[in-house]
Design a protein around this ligand. Structure first.
Ligand SMILES: Nc1ncnc2c1ncn2[C@@H]1O[C@H](COP(=O)(O)OP(=O)(O)OP(=O)(O)O)[C@@H](O)[C@H]1O
Ligand SMILES: [Mg+2]
Length: 227
């Protein structure tokens, strides 16, 4: 079953002489549980594509279905709840809440839904992200890479069916990057989570199930790697 279907998505920013066609008729599907990497040059449209899939912005034309839901036909309030429950975002700007400590930042999305954290899973996330001994620290007391890892934990805690990651390892050294990628992969295999990750790192991309390349707003598939 396809967890994601993107159909003829176009995105134009601005109008007239300054118009930028950031996405040109992009169509593709991703099966449930797949780990897909998105590569492409700076300014090619990768983040724009992720923003459309996550319904953070609306396409100029085209459709996006997530788990059979036509997301741009949902009413605002329904879409907000759908997004919170089903999509985990990992962005370059971490948007951690300064007054909350590491553990509280990670479990925050659950609290928004009045759900109790699964403490065993919280411990596992803290351990894999090497944050156990920083659990009571505030974001300002953490390094950039540590803050990035908290943002990753926050995206995983609800076990969303779709994880959208925009260069999630951009601030990490190679060992931490590898650990984070393997955590994402384990999550996708264990919980059948679908992951779409933008990366500039070709060797990281080559370990994905599928690689999508964006060139000047046009998407090309680089194929599916064998299991
Ligand atoms: N809000 C906006 N208003 C106008 N133009 C925009 C906006 N956001 C992005 N663009 C333009 O759309 C194009 C695609 O941008 P996008 O951020 O998707 O690139 P990217 O592939 O993510 O690049 P990078 O690797 O540098 O993050 C660029 O030419 C950019 O200038
Ligand atoms: Mg980008």
């Amino acid at each position: 079953m396809n967890l994601l279907e993107v159909n003829s998505v176009c995105k134009t920013y601005g109008s007239g002489e300054t118009a930028v066609n950031a996405l040109k008729n992009v169509s593709f599907t991703i099966p449930k549980g797949e780990f897909a990497a998105v590569i492409g040059e700076s300014g090619s449209g990768k983040s724009t594509l992720l923003n459309m899939i996550g319904a953070l912005d609306t396409p100029t034309s085209g459709k996006v279905w997530i788990d059979g839901n036509d997301i741009f036909r949902m009413k605002d309030e329904k879409l907000t709840i759908f997004r919170r429950r089903n999509i985990g975002f990992i962005f370059q700007a971490f948007n951690l809440i300064p007054e909350l400590n590491v553990e509280q930042n990670i479990t925050f999305p659950l609290l928004l839904d009045y759900k109790k954290p699964d403490q065993a899973y919280v411990e596992e996330i803290l351990a894999v992200l090497s944050l156990t001994d920083r659990r009571n620290h505030l974001p300002r007391q953490l390094s950039g890479g540590q803050q990035q890892r908290v943002a990753i934990g926050r995206a995983l805690i609800t076990r969303p069916m779709l994880i959208l990651a925009d260069e999630p390892t951009g601030n990490l050294d190679s060992q931490n990057s590898n650990e984070v990628i393997s955590l994402l992969k384990t999550a996708s295999k264990r919980y059948q989570q679908t992951i779409i990750m933008i990366t500039h790192n070709r060797s990281m991309a080559s370990t994905a199930d599928r690689v999508l390349q964006v060139s000047d707003g046009v998407l090309t598939h680089l194929g599916v790697y064998a299991e």
